[in-house]
Ligand binder design. Structure first.
Ligand code: NAD
Length: 269
């Protein structure tokens, strides 16, 4: 049994760091051409390093700058990628940010910034991807499905998170966006799923793992007793995008070392 994404083209948003990088590497290892999306000039160097690691390992890809919260930029990214590679088979909506604040101190700017990237970005990219999937139709030399979308959500799609109302609200909303798209486009053979990471060691949550004390208190929330790595998410993303997962659609799969299984009740609460 082989997880193969040969002959396919995948856009991975926010792939110049963290989980997005892990996903880009796994998807490239499975044989797809990867579009390593990054948001600004500042992240170009990181994106180029990711591309170099992928091509050094025998994979294919390009970097592409696009702010996923901007409609014109997203439309242009899909247009350019389709012109260059013929089509897009896989979209991984990974880009996401946090702007944490106590709720009564949360500004409208904090709220909008998170919604614009974490939710509107997923909407814009998914819309352009689905248009392209439908235009191309099914091509069984690529995949038995017409197209695949994977949203990177969070355990906070089900676990409330005090001090992070904007982030938790955006991740809860992704669940309904994902399930609605799976329902609306299932008959067209487009599969849509979410991966909900637990604590993965990336720049977004550095404060939670950079000191021994912080890491120890984080590990109390993780029954499997280790912090996750970007590859843990990449492995599932490659499988979910492949035809081995052809009967999986509309699902949120948590990759969290058991975090959502409520470790705090292990000793009877
Ligand atoms: P990260 O900060 O390393 O990565 C986020 C990426 O998104 C960065 O590459 C950033 O440049 C990119 N990005 C931000 N705004 C963008 C925009 N407007 N357009 C395009 N790209 C943009 O953090 P990460 O941990 O790798 O996060 C990736 C995803 O995983 C996020 O959606 C995050 O919410 C989710 N997540 C992470 C964890 C974790 O523990 N690290 C847990 C649950 C969910």
């Amino acid at each position: 049994m082989e997880v193969s994404l040969k002959n396919q083209v995948a856009i991975i948003t926010g792939a110049s760091s963290g989980i997005g990088t892990g996903i880009a590497k796994s998807i490239a290892e499975a044989g797809a051409t990867v579009i390593i999306n990054h948001s600004s000039e500042k992240s170009l160097e990181n994106a180029q390093e990711v591309l170099k690691e992928i091509t050094d390992a025998g994979g294919n890809g390009i970097t592409y700058q696009c702010d996923v919260s901007k409609e014109d930029e997203v439309i242009k990214m899909f247009k350019d990628v389709i012109e260059k590679f013929g089509t897009v088979d896989i979209l991984i909506n990974n880009a996401g940010i946090q702007k944490d604040a106590k709720f009564t101190e949360m500004t409208l700017d904090d709220w909008n910034a998170v919604m614009n990237v974490n939710l509107t970005g997923h909407f814009l990219c998914s819309r352009e991807a689905i248009k392209e999937f439908l235009r191309r139709g099914i091509d069984t030399s690529r995949s038995v499905a017409c197209g695949k979308i994977i949203h990177i959500s969070s355990v906070h799609e089900v676990i409330p998170w005090a001090g992070h109302a904007n982030y938790a609200a955006s991740k809860g909303a992704i669940k309904m966006l994902m399930q609605t798209l799976a329902q609306e486009y299932g008959p067209d053979k487009i599969r849509v799923n979410s991966i909900g990471p637990g604590a993965i060691q990336t720049p977004i949550n550095k404060a939670a793992w950079e000191t021994k004390d912080a890491l120890n208190s984080l590990l109390e929330l993780i029954p499997y007793n280790r912090i996750g790595q970007p590859k843990d998410i990449g492995n599932l993303a490659a499988f979910l995008a492949s035809d081995l997962a052809d009967y999986i659609s509309g699902a949120s799969i948590f990759v969290d070392g058991g975090m959502t299984s409520l470790e705090s009740f292990a000793d009877n609460g």
